[in-house]
Design a protein around this ligand. Structure first.
Ligand SMILES: [Zn+2]
Length: 307
């Protein structure tokens, strides 16, 4: 099952229904002579993605490119499967992420350790992308996807190898996870402090950089679109500070206890904005257990640096 939403005459949002959940993971289809995707989603929802492409009137065999914001499997897990199915499809990625698309063994092993027995059901099979079809985008690189000319922006914080794609002509920016998790219609931003590279300092700098661009619309992977840009980014910054503070206060706790605290805090916020029922969706997108692991890893490293 998938559901598509037109965001502009040349831009379609495909809801991949990750874990049967609407508005959890989106993929953006850019229309034009050479249709392209931003984010492949995980391999587990590949069929839903392709169904969405067809619903948009595009033959999936015409797809020429998939650009990923980062290589976490909920964003790029199906890139290899797409490359295998469609020989003309090229893959674009941050320089630090490229080697993991070409040889995903280490990424898969560490994700299996993180996620445990649900790994296969949630992410599916991770297939390598042939090296000659992986193209790196350095900060400021220009790329044409569909009919849009986009600029790749190095935007670390959630991950070191993270790009946002900025369309100066429209003011749209495809933000991956750097603008956090905010389900359309719900004015609550969750900060995905996913291990192993959560870096609040780098993240604040990335937010400041995005803010200076004169954005008109945020298109995050989980789950756009959003036009309440100023308050979303402010909430994201406040959320970052709160997460770091809770992490520091909880540095001697186990991950499960911290996860319960994070989940409770999230429910309080969701209730305040009138959407307590959205907690389930937020937990599907980035579980509090995952955020707790990443946060504890960050505060442990921080203590080691200070010692
Ligand atoms: Zn994500």
């Amino acid at each position: 099952m998938s559901r598509i939403q037109s965001l502009a005459p040349d831009l379609i949002l495909i809801d991949t229904h990750y874990r049967e959940t609407p508005r959890a993971i989106g993929s953006y289809l850019l229309l034009g002579e050479h249709p392209a995707l931003i984010e492949s989603g995980p391999a587990s929802t590949l069929e839903n993605l392709l169904e969405g492409v067809r619903q948009a009137g595009v033959d999936p065999r015409d797809l020429r490119a998939v650009a990923v914001t980062h290589i976490h499997l909920d964003h790029a897990g199906a890139a290899g499967s797409l490359a295998r199915m469609f020989p003309h499809l090229e893959v674009y990625v941050h320089p630090v992420g490229a080697s993991h698309l070409i040889d995903p063994a280490r990424l898969v092993a560490s994700s299996r350790r993180t996620f445990g027995e649900v790994f296969d059901a949630w992410f599916g099979e991770v297939v390598p992308v042939p090296a000659e079809r992986v193209h790196v985008l350095h900060d400021g690189a220009q790329i044409t996807l569909g009919s849009r000319r986009l600029t790749a922006l190095d935007t670390p914080g959630h991950a070191r190898h993270h790009l946002a794609y900025f369309d100066e002509a429209s003011g749209d920016v495809f933000t991956g996870d750097v603008t956090g998790v905010a389900v359309s219609g719900v004015r609550h931003v969750r900060v995905p402090t996913t291990p192993p590279e959560f870096d609040p300092g780098a993240w604040r700098a990335s937010i400041a950089r995005l803010r200076a661009l004169g954005l008109r619309r945020l298109l995050p992977t989980h789950f756009g679109p959003h036009t309440w840009i100023d308050s979303l980014l402010r909430q994201l910054e406040e959320g970052l500070d709160q997460m770091v503070e809770m992490g520091r206060e909880s540095a001697d706790l186990d991950a499960a206890t911290l996860a319960a605290r994070l989940k409770e805090a999230s429910l309080v916020e969701l209730t305040r904005v009138g959407h307590p029922e959205a907690l389930t969706t937020y937990e599907v997108i980035v579980g509090s257990d995952l955020s707790a692991q990443g946060l504890l890893r960050f505060v442990t490293k921080e203590r080691e640096r200070e010692a």
